[in-house]
Design a protein around this ligand. Structure first.
Ligand code: ARG
Length: 585
């Protein structure tokens, strides 16, 4: 991998000249524009500034010490001290030849693999999974695959909402209003109906609310009847979750729901009380600001009428029940004790950012040692909007169910496939439509910067041109077909790059590793989407400009290697995003 080879040599050269420089801050990146070469480093200016040196002078001293001659043309110093690196044709050809015959030069394996706990999807029991869950599930799955591909140890845990006050109402509904037949045909819809009915009744009638509370208390006290009903609700919900995860291609190592931490909650509260982090407040237990942060950064203060007022985090209610925060505190504690992770990533809606800031801050006060060793990160994301700019809903104004959305995606893709490929038989068309339809929805969701809201559009996502899954999937089928038609085995072949389209494609293929690293590090699958879209475009231009199978040697072998590698990278990239490929479209 050139980028890391150049980077480590640059680090050595800088360290020799400026021993105080932190090597980690010396970085080499793919060039922002082709006219600057293939890679660039902007780090010397910072090093020079910190060491009070002239950056231009430092740059020329570094270049004098830096031996990259078998990889690059003479290194260029630009502006106040930028370094530009241009690969030699030979180095690029060697890389392509290695990559094409399967040498491990495509994906950089992490030198120090990290253990990462990934908390994602995490739907609530007895409620249908809705369109929003495509975000947490899709982004989480892509992260899980990226981190694993780079050689890290990932522990994925679906933190389902299987405990909490909603079960009081659900239990009242189940005992009095359950329609067995409806439960059999669509369990989630029936449970949702029960919840909604009782919830409305509770709003109007305090006696009903008290009844729900009693049922909840009985459940929490271990009443066998209530426990059995509760377990049945979880089982039925899990069936629905599993069906959807099957369709989405998502897998978890663990599904430790909120209820898993029940037994710990009491002692978490006691520990926080004993440490003076929490205190009694109107019969409840809460964590208040410790005034160590500036008010702006303090998760437990808000500004009201120009004054900073306390917004404590409740960890035990006055009736003895526990909160979301309490469960999450017990969960961090458990995860750290069980897996000793370097990082815990929470892929959850940005509306919960306050909760996570609070959680991390309380945990830091509670277990400062563990907090220092484990990076806790909230990987937030924005909303899905309808064409009208308001949250995406069905025509009748209801939340869109994930199952319906996936059905419609496959249905709409089937229309497109049927139009384009009437020659294929219906079962084949269905399978292609499944792959294209699900791919289109996922791509649309992964493509924007995750924190931005985006507008859901069937027409845009299914378009065969543009930054879409179908476009990238289609370029894959073209590349894969050339390879199949060639009948050539993957063996070392003479490589000679001459055409600009070949060179541009080869260079972009080479940047897969860098893209994956950045996408994993920053938890931004959109980097990989954009990389693949660009690759698909470069492949398409190459395919139009350069005949492959009819070309003379060594152009034929070179181009075939480019096709093979393009197909491989497009497929690997899509699959890393949780998107399948098809051989025909
Ligand atoms: N079940 C929660 C919800 O639907 C999300 C849980 C996210 N994970 C966590 N550890 N809090 O809002």
């Amino acid at each position: 991998m050139f980028h890391s080879a150049i980077e480590s040599r640059l680090r050595a050269a800088v360290s020799a000249l400026v021993p105080t420089a932190d090597p980690a801050t010396i970085q080499v990146k793919p060039a922002s524009e082709a006219r600057f070469g293939d890679f660039q480093s902007n780090s010397l200016m910072l090093v020079a500034k910190a060491a009070r040196m002239n950056p231009r002078q430092l740059a020329s001293d570094v270049v004098a010490r830096l031996d990259v001659s078998e990889l690059c043309e003479p290194v260029e110093i630009a502006g106040p001290g930028f370094l530009n690196f241009r690969l030699t044709r030979q180095a690029l050809e060697q890389w392509l030849s290695d990559a094409a015959c399967g040498k491990p030069v495509l994906i950089p394996k992490a030198e120090t693999p990290r253990t990462v706990v990934l908390d994602f999807s995490s739907p609530n029991v007895a409620k249908p999974m809705h369109v929003g869950h495509i975000r947490s599930t899709g982004i989480g799955e892509a992260l899980q695959r990226m981190w694993r591909l780079l050689g890290h140890r990932v522990i994925s845990d679906n933190h389902i909402g299987d405990w909490g006050t909603q079960f009081g109402k659900l239990l009242v509904g189940w005992k009095e209003l359950l329609d067995r037949q409806a439960l059999e045909s669509d369990p989630i819809a029936e449970m949702e109906r029960l919840y909604k009915t009782v919830n409305t009744q509770c709003d109007a009638d305090p006696a009903r609310l008290e009844m729900a509370r009693q049922e909840l208390v009985r459940l929490q006290a271990g009443d066998p009847e209530n426990l059995a009903i509760w377990k049945e609700m979880i089982r039925l919900s899990q069936v629905q979750f599993d069906t959807l995860y099957g369709r989405m291609g998502t897998r978890f190592d663990h599904t430790l729901g909120e209820s898993f931490y029940n037994a710990e909650l009491g002692s978490v509260v006691e520990a926080l009380l004993a440490a003076g982090i929490a205190r009694l407040s109107d019969g409840a237990v809460a964590v208040f600001s410790d005034r160590t942060l500036s008010p702006k950064e303090d998760p437990f203060l808000v500004s009201r009428d120009g004054e900073w007022v306390d917004v404590p985090a409740l960890i035990r209610k006055s009736d003895g029940g526990f909160n979301y925060m309490t469960t999450d505190l017990a969960t961090v504690d458990y995860r750290i004790r069980t897996w000793a992770p370097d990082e815990i990533l929470y892929v959850v809606d940005d509306r919960q950012s306050g909760h996570f800031r609070g959680l991390f801050h309380v945990f830091a006060r509670w277990q400062p040692e563990a907090y220092r060793k484990t990076q806790l990160r909230h990987i937030g994301f924005g909303k899905i909007l309808g064409e009208d700019g308001k949250p995406f809903k069905t025509r009748s104004g209801d939340t869109v169910r994930l199952a319906d959305l996936l059905d419609e995606a496959e249905e709409r893709a089937l229309q497109v496939v049927t139009e384009k490929r009437p020659d294929l038989d219906p079962s084949e068309r269905r399978e292609i439509a499944r792959i294209v339809g699900l791919g289109a929805v996922k791509w649309q969701d992964l493509l924007p910067n995750r924190q931005s809201d985006y507008v859901f559009s069937w027409d845009k996502m299914l378009a065969l041109q543009g930054n879409t899954a179908p476009y990238v999937q289609y370029q894959y089928t073209r590349a894969a077909k050339v390879v199949r038609d060639s009948g050539a085995p993957t063996a070392a072949q003479p490589i000679a790059l001459t055409e600009p389209a070949e060179i541009a494609l080869a260079k972009h293929l080479m940047n897969l590793g860098f893209t994956l690293q950045a996408a994993a590090e920053e938890c931004r699958p959109n980097y990989l989407c954009n990389y693949l879209h660009e690759l698909a475009g470069l492949y398409s231009s190459f395919y139009e400009a350069c005949p492959v199978l009819k070309a003379e040697e060594p152009a034929r072998s070179t181009r075939l290697a480019l096709c093979r590698l393009s197909a491989q990278v497009l497929r690997l990239g899509l699959e890393t995003l949780g998107i399948e490929v098809t051989e025909k479209m």
